[in-house]
Design a protein around this ligand. Structure first.
Ligand code: GLY
Length: 438
């Protein structure tokens, strides 16, 4: 089997590694050459992932049987539709189905008309005065979101990036003037978690839960980033997510896939539910139409079922199973100093791959060129997988000193202290539960 992987970040390095484990011939197209993927691939094409025609030319040149789409931007451009029209099945939702991620107004209206469990109160506005009146009447703290893809930026929450609902109104007005529309939601307090599933449009197969650390600095301080690291637990739950919460969140994702099918836009690919565990239970905050980055690096190293078999099941409508090892994982991303606002660029990293391997860690390259020069986003990730969280964290941590350069990372990702903090927060919110082991 020849598969074309589209995308060149850390997430795609993990996908590529999982695909070649099954003996698949890997081909890659991305904007820059990921040094890890370049070693795994039989052929590598350089093109913007959103330049769908050029990506298709490479797919035809390489004679691939299937494509696997990593990031969301080409999904928004309809890459899956174009590939299918040209006889190449692709793992990922069509342009219309990817609107669950690419068009937040669509996603909220879809949830509302299909009564998806775990949804929250929202309104979409194109009129400034109506928006202002609604926020005044609503009284509770709100979240202001741009409608389209923002690469994790642009969402602002009262109590965090916005002082109060007054400031929320001004920011929402700015977005209406810029984009024509804005989404206003009720703020949900709690702890976020990631639930990723595979779907062939009908069957829905869960992956282990993971938790991302979106803040740049330790103790959850600093600006929001693409994610500075993440962890997962051997029982595939999280310490503060009970089995009952898990089942409820799974119901949300299953109901989403069933409703997409009923509406004539079957969802095939990876569906990522970003949940907030609130006092009342899991609430869906966002959908993503792809693997998480870094969360792909938690689940893919544990996958026992060949990813190629899963990919074939997704495109054939015959997805049956995806089994994962019962291990803990910890991912730590190293980012250029100054990331995300003013990252240093153009500086080279020194990476001792042999020592990282000796430490038992996996290494995934991201925003680096072939000479290991930093390009401005998260540069590389190290991953520990082990029987216990402590051991997984220790492995990831012991790999960090072998990557040298003008970098920073979060020491606290996957540490017991940071997990306790999340458990405490849930208790402070008044939730009574017995934490799961991790
Ligand atoms: N880790 C957040 C995301 O992939 O969107």
């Amino acid at each position: 089997m020849r598969i074309l992987l589209v995308g060149g970040g850390g997430r795609e390095h993990a996908i590529g590694e999982a695909l070649i484990r099954d003996g698949t011939e890997l081909y890659v197209v991305s904007k820059g050459k990921n040094p890890g993927l370049a070693r795994l691939a039989k052929g590598y094409g350089l093109a913007k992932e959103t330049d769908v025609e050029k990506v298709l030319d490479y797919a035809e040149k390489f004679g691939v049987d299937m494509a696997f789409i990593g990031p969301e931007a080409p999904l928004e451009r309809g890459i899956v539709d174009v590939f299918e029209e040209n006889g190449i099945p692709a793992v990922g939702p069509t342009r219309e189905a990817a609107r669950l991620e690419t068009d937040k107004a669509f996603a909220r209206e879809f949830m509302e008309r299909n009564k998806i469990p775990g949804r929250k109160a929202f309104r979409v506005f194109d009129d400034v005065s109506e928006m202002r009146l609604w926020i005044d009447d609503f009284e509770k703290p709100v979240v202001v979101k741009p409608i389209g893809l923002t690469g994790g930026k642009g969402v602002k929450v009262v109590g965090y990036q916005l002082r109060d609902n007054e400031e929320a109104k001004s920011y929402a007005e700015e977005l209406i003037r810029r984009d024509g529309k804005v989404l206003i939601e009720e703020r949900t307090d709690g702890v976020e978690f990631t639930f990723q599933v595979f779907s062939d449009g009908k069957h829905v197969i869960p992956m282990p839960l993971a938790q991302d650390y979106p803040h740049a600095y330790e103790d959850d301080e600093g600006p929001i980033t693409g994610g500075m690291g993440s962890y997962s637990c051997p029982n595939h739950l999280l310490p503060f997510v009970t089995k009952e919460d898990y089942e409820k969140a799974f119901e949300t994702l299953k109901a989403t896939v069933a409703a997409m099918r009923k509406e004539g836009t079957p969802y095939r690919g990876i569906l990522y539910g970003q949940f907030m565990l609130s006092r009342e239970g899991p609430v869906i905050i966002e959908y993503n139409a792809r693997f998480g980055d870094p969360e792909a690096m938690n689940v893919l190293p544990l996958l026992k079922t060949p990813l190629t078999e899963i990919a074939a099941g997704i495109v054939d409508g015959n997805l049956r199973k995806a089994e994962f090892e019962e291990k803990a994982t910890v991912v730590k991303y190293l980012a250029p100093k100054g990331y995300p606002a003013n990252p240093v660029r153009g500086l080279k990293l020194e990476i001792d791959e042999k020592e990282i391997k000796k430490a038992g860690a996996r290494l995934y390259y991201a925003s680096l060129d072939e000479s290991f020069t930093m390009l401005g986003s998260r540069a590389a990730a190290v991953v520990g997988a082990a029987e216990t969280l402590e051991e997984a964290e220790r492995i990831a941590e012991s790999a960090v000193p072998h990557i040298r350069g003008k970098l920073f990372y979060r020491r606290d990702v996957g540490t017991r202290g940071s997990l306790e903090k999340r458990i405490e927060l849930m208790k402070e919110l008044g939730r009574e539960f017995e934490p799961n082991s991790c």
